[in-house]
Write a protein that binds this ligand. Structure first.
Ligand SMILES: Nc1nc2c(c(=O)[nH]1)N[C@H]1C(S)=C(S)[C@@H](COP(=O)(O)OP(=O)(O)OC[C@H]3O[C@@H](n4cnc5c(=O)[nH]c(N)nc54)[C@H](O)[C@@H]3O)O[C@H]1N2
Ligand SMILES: Nc1nc2c(c(=O)[nH]1)N[C@H]1C(S)=C(S)[C@@H](COP(=O)(O)OP(=O)(O)OC[C@H]3O[C@@H](n4cnc5c(=O)[nH]c(N)nc54)[C@H](O)[C@@H]3O)O[C@H]1N2
Ligand code: SF4
Ligand SMILES: [Mo]
Length: 741
């Protein structure tokens, strides 16, 4: 008997690329996923993670029912409505006694799975009146927002990669991460390079992306600021500025020139361990490029406490070279489902970074343009006194594993009066929760390209470049016998039970930058909307009517919605600032505070620098089983250069103890000839709970055990050092893989 197969179109939301996919379905189960060849914007592109969606959905440990922790620590199924009633009662009691600040939320990457979560999650917190909305954003690349605040924004946006002479990529590997050029990064980069674009890649590892580079600078980790300042110093020395653009739009030139001047090729070469000629050759490419771009990524952010200065110097390079899109150029990321924003060939002044957000009780941190520092979450839970966070809602993240200092995470989460999470398995993080609400997965719920589009506001270079939109209904039903809800329904129903009004806010800008008046749509709190009804409201003020979007099964680039960059307002008197006092002070301090003898001493105690990396098979803590199918192993190797392995007397696969000044882990080494010597490259998102036995060859190890939230952190975002972390590596004592981590 042949099993009948059907096909459906959906959108993969595992990463921010949002590729349209074709799902092959048998008996209600997703069996196969491929890129949708009928898509006009992605043209069949997908990656191994997306093609692994069936593995994710059909996983053996899939949660079919919500769970409640029992007094003995075990979990028992609970009816979801009963769970929501109980949670609402507990929230009410905590708010009555301690006020809304006692309720916190943490937003992670899986919030992107459900477009409505971007509204329902924060909307619930807003309605409660709690400012304690933490997110992974401040443990990622908050420097992007901070830098834009100090520099100002160009209202015309970026130039399209394919139209440029060069692109500089600092600590980002878009061919794997899809963070930039997301609708087929490998195809787009290959085409651009073939047409004459010369890539400059700065990365301690030879990556999938650096293969396409005209110049690959392979520095000591954590020296991005040094290198970028060195490149800028050369541009000044050669007078390679776009003088016309600078005269009209840019201030702070003299300050920047003076501050980068000491970053000579000799200084940069010695400090960052790169050949001076290579730096000069890279600067030559940049100086010669009439059109170009620069993107920084997590490599630059993790190693520089969020990367404020690295991202800022990147923007300064853009502005000195006049690389921004000009009048008549295509206006990238014009939005389709969201309202548009003005597109003019003119600058918008810098805007405040902080000083307007919630004051935190620890380390002098406060909220700002980046939200609330995620790095403060555990201390806000553990520090006694008024304002203490007593209940936490985890919205699609993994606070246990993704935030530095895992032992503190475990302690904090366990100390909560109420910890509620949504999840699709009883994950390491879920096993700290009082309630685990079992939710639908991507293919089981309707999809919309809205989340990818909204990212335009969050991070320069993300978002959808074309006026493209896509809606797809659920492709498969939830698993038989399950009782699942969509993540957003948890927050709608809680709001309903607590008598709160939820709103959808369609127009959104950046406070102080794109001052778009919010358009607020109150939801009907009597009758729960369907996901589609909610989408309709979310798209109510969009540029392309939702009905029209729905008519295009494969998604569509709406030609009529294309925008070109408009002219400058004659009365515009705003500027981009490349010499911000704060940033120049930090840049000066970056040089003055550097003492080679202190570095040498640290190198002697901890001879390797740990850096992060993304891998093909998983996104942070999601998809490890896809990775296993691809790589035939389920752990995250601690990659070292083969010569370093040799010098340590280690072989690929040996179990080692890795120590930093702050903690240790038991890991498994892997050989990686693409690495610079002295670098330990390891992915996060692996490992068990601190309550579990170490399992380096099974679940892998969690690099956040090696990090400290307090030793070094950014004064604004609180982001701690998460890259270029000094570590030592030694063969583990026998049986170390059996002991507790
Ligand atoms: N496959 C996959 N895709 C993902 C994710 C995933 O886990 N897996 N995660 C998603 C998320 S949450 C994010 S934020 C994005 C991140 O996207 P990216 O920032 O592009 O992340 P990576 O691909 O790790 O690229 C970072 C690069 O920085 C290099 N690096 C490390 N330290 C340094 C340093 O000190 N200086 C410099 N110059 N380079 C350094 C690393 O070797 C690595 O090649 O990716 C997203 N996409
Ligand atoms: N050491 C170190 N730490 C890092 C980083 C690093 O490079 N190094 N990167 C940082 C970055 S860039 C980011 S963005 C953060 C990511 O931080 P988070 O977003 O907090 O971490 P994730 O692992 O993505 O969390 C996703 C969790 O959701 C659950 N889950 C899986 N599938 C689903 C689903 O379909 N629905 C729901 N509701 N839940 C699901 C799983 O428990 C999974 O662990 O990590 C940060 N932490
Ligand atoms: S994981 Fe990202 S790049 Fe891969 S198919 Fe899904 S959306 Fe596309
Ligand atoms: Mo991220």
């Amino acid at each position: 008997m042949t099993v009948q197969q059907t096909k459906a179109i959906s959108i993969c939301r595992l990463c921010t690329a949002g590729c349209p996919v074709e799902v092959t379905i048998e008996e209600g189960r997703a069996m196969k996923v491929v890129g949708d060849r009928a898509s006009d914007n992605y043209r069949g592109y997908s990656c191994s993670k997306g093609r692994g969606l069936p593995d994710l959905h059909n996983r053996a440990d899939r949660l079919l029912q919500s769970q409640k922790r029992q007094p003995d620590g075990s979990y028992a199924p609970v009816d979801v409505d009963v769970a929501i009633d109980e949670i609402a009662e507990k929230v009410r009691a905590i708010v009555d006694e301690h006020g809304p600040r006692a309720i916190g939320a943490y937003m992670g990457t899986r919030v992107g799975d459900h477009p409505a979560m971007g509204q329902a999650g924060p909307g619930f917190m807003l309605a409660l009146g709690s400012p304690m909305r933490f997110s992974a954003l401040t443990l990622d690349q908050p420097g992007d927002l901070v830098a834009r605040a100090f520099h100002g924004t160009w209202m015309g946006g970026d130039t399209r990669l394919e139209d440029t002479d060069t692109w500089v990529l600092v600590g980002t590997n878009p061919i794997v991460s899809h963070q930039y050029f997301a609708n087929n990064p490998v195809g787009r980069i290959t085409t651009a390079v073939r047409n004459g674009c010369r890539l400059v890649v700065i990365d301690p590892r030879a990556t999938e992306t650096s293969k396409h580079a005209a110049i690959h600078i392979q520095p000591r980790p954590g020296e991005d600021v040094t290198i970028l300042a060195g490149l800028l110093a050369l541009l000044f020395a050669w007078d390679a500025l776009d003088h016309e653009f600078v005269a009209e739009n840019v201030v702070g030139i003299d300050e920047l020139r003076a501050t980068v001047a000491p970053y000579t090729p000799e200084y940069v070469s010695a400090r960052a361990d790169v050949p001076a000629e290579q730096l000069i050759a890279a600067a030559r490419i940049i100086a010669d490029a009439k059109k170009g771009g620069i993107f920084c990524g997590t490599g630059a952010a993790m190693s520089n406490m969020g990367g404020n200065l690295a991202f800022y110097l990147g923007l300064a390079m853009h502005s000195l070279r006049g690389w921004w899109a000009r009048e008549g150029d295509p206006f990238l990321r014009p939005n389709a489902l969201l309202p548009t924003r003005p597109s003019k060939a003119q600058p918008q002044n810098p805007f405040p970074v902080a000083g307007f957000g919630e004051k935190l009780r620890i380390r002098g941190l406060e909220g700002g343009i980046y939200g609330i520092p995620g790095a403060a979450i555990f201390d806000e839970i553990l520090t006694p006194g008024p304002g203490r966070v007593r209940a936490l809602f985890n919205m699609g993240g993994n606070p246990l594993m993704a935030i530095p200092e895992t032992s503190r995470a475990h302690e904090a989460l366990r100390s909560l009066e109420l910890y509620v999470t949504t999840d699709v398995s009883l994950s390491n993080n879920a096993r700290d929760a009082d309630y685990v609400i079992a939710v639908t997965m991507e293919l089981e719920t309707a999809a919309l390209s809205y989340s990818a589009e909204a990212l335009t506001h969050m991070h320069r270079g993300m978002g959808i470049e074309e006026p493209y939109a896509h809606y797809a209904p659920a492709a498969v039903p939830p698993p038989p016998g399950s009782q699942l809800i969509d993540d957003w329904q948890l927050y709608y129903r809680l709001a309903q039970k607590l008598g709160l009004q939820l709103n959808v806010i369609t127009a959104c800008g950046l406070p102080g930058a794109w001052d778009v008046a919010p358009i607020v749509h109150p939801l009907d709190m009597e009758r729960e909307p369907t996901t589609d009804e909610l989408f309709e409201i979310i798209c109510a003020d969009g540029r392309v009517p939702f009905d029209l979007v729905k008519q295009h099964e494969h998604g569509h680039v709406f030609e009529a919605a294309r925008v070109v960059v408009g002219p400058r307002d004659p009365e515009c008197d705003e500027h981009l600032d490349v010499g911000s006092d704060f940033m120049m002070c930090e840049l000066d301090e970056h040089r003055r505070g550097h003492d080679p003898s202190v570095v040498a001493e640290a190198d002697a105690a901890y001879p390797f620098l740990l850096i992060p990396r993304r891998d093909k098979g998983f996104v942070n803590g999601t998809g490890q089983m896809v990775a296993k199918n691809l790589a035939k192993r389920s752990y995250n190797p601690a990659y070292l250069h083969p010569d370093d392995l040799g010098a340590l007397g280690l072989d690929d696969g040996d179990v080692v103890t890795i120590r930093s000044a702050h903690g240790s882990l038991v890991g498994v080494v892997g050989s990686d000839p693409t690495l610079k010597r002295g670098v330990l490259s390891m992915s996060h998102g692996f490992g068990g709970s601190p309550a579990d036995d170490a399992d380096p060859l099974g679940r892998g190890a969690n690099t956040n055990q090696l990090l400290s939230l307090t030793a070094e952190f950014d004064r604004y975002t609180g982001m701690p050092r998460m890259g270029a972390v000094p570590v030592s590596i030694a063969r583990a004592a026998r049986g170390a893989d059996q002991v507790r981590s």
